[in-house]
Design a protein. Structure first.
Length: 313
């Protein structure tokens, strides 16, 4: 229990002088030759009730003062989402992501899962969605603030959930579909792949043009192992072009540390402009107490002016 405006409790102190003043006030005396005839007659019901009328006024004052002080009980703390960023993660889960290592004897997908989970934990107020792609694309999670649920989904990512292949265009298009109806001021896609586009679906360039028309920035990440004479294994030029077309940036990662640094940098580039606000929901008792106080005050005036008028005079 707490009070929203405790300063009003000081008004309750006025009840003390009021009670003393009302107690000290006596009805006017009438001179009679002798009181012997009425000495044995007890007070009537009206007289007894009239004696309690001052108590109603004092109690009404106390209730009004406490009501204005707004006694309340906190029920729950709630988060009001700020003007955050909507982020769609588009992750390549093709077979090569499971087979090829990114150092330390761990596959590219293993390392990607860890880094993406760390990235999710660091976000504040931003809705995040997840799309995976191979030859086709699949939305694994809509935009959400439930980071714990999203973390569990990312932790379970594996290859083979879709027909194998690398559909960069369809992966990007799926993320765009997730973001197109968003009203967030900033919308971005972070697309990660380790291969070249080879799916017979929407072309990556067409998807990038759609992203540009929707004003959605795309950050592209090419994941590779150690470079060889054959090159990085993914279409670096295509990923650069997608990023440039949409106003995003292209990154290449050859190790876990590099990949983690890339997501950290994107996190710094795309930061919510305003913090979220927390507020506590309360159950307010003030209005009921003030209403009860006003009711007692009206009852006191009504009784004093009608049924108990003479008894309290």
């Amino acid at each position: 229990m707490e009070f929203g405006d405790p300063i009003f409790l000081l008004l309750a102190l006025l009840a003390v002088p009021l009670a003393l003043a009302l107690r000290g006030r006596r009805a006017g005396a009438h001179v009679v030759p002798s009181a012997a005839a009425v000495a044995s007659v007890g007070p009537t019901v009206r007289l007894r009730l009239a004696r309690w009328l001052p108590a109603l006024r004092v109690l009404a004052l106390v209730l009004l003062a406490v009501g204005l002080a707004r006694p309340r009980v906190g029920r729950a703390e709630a988060l009001v989402p700020a003007d955050g960023i909507d982020i769609s993660l588009s992750i390549d889960v093709s077979t090569s992501m499971e087979v090829n290592s990114l150092g330390g004897g761990r596959s590219r997908l293993d390392v990607t899962r860890d880094v993406v989970r760390d990235f999710i934990k660091e976000r504040k107020n931003d809705r995040i969605g997840l799309t995976i792609f191979q030859n086709e694309a699949l939305a694994m999670s809509p935009l959400t603030l439930d980071y714990q649920a999203l973390d569990r989904i990312v932790a379970d990512l594996k290859s083979g959930m879709l027909p194998d292949g690398t559909g960069i265009g369809v992966g990007l298009a799926s993320s765009l579909a997730m973001l197109q109806d968003s009203s967030a001021a900033t919308r971005i896609v972070i697309l990660l792949t380790d291969g070249e586009h080879n799916a017979k679906s929407i072309s990556p360039d067409d998807a990038a043009a759609i992203a540009a028309s929707l004003r959605i920035r795309v950050y592209t990440i090419g994941v590779e192992g150690e470079r060889t004479l054959a090159g990085p294994g993914f279409d670096e030029e295509l990923l650069r072009r997608i990023a440039t077309t949409t106003g995003g940036r292209y990154f290449a990662a050859g190790s876990r540390n590099q990949l983690a640094a890339i997501y950290d940098e994107i996190g710094r580039l795309e930061t919510s402009r305003l913090p979220g606000d927390r507020y506590e929901r309360f159950r307010e008792f003030g209005p009921w107490l003030a209403l009860a106080g006003a009711g007692l005050l009206l009852a006191e005036f009504a009784l004093r002016g009608t049924w108990l008028r003479r008894a309290s005079g």
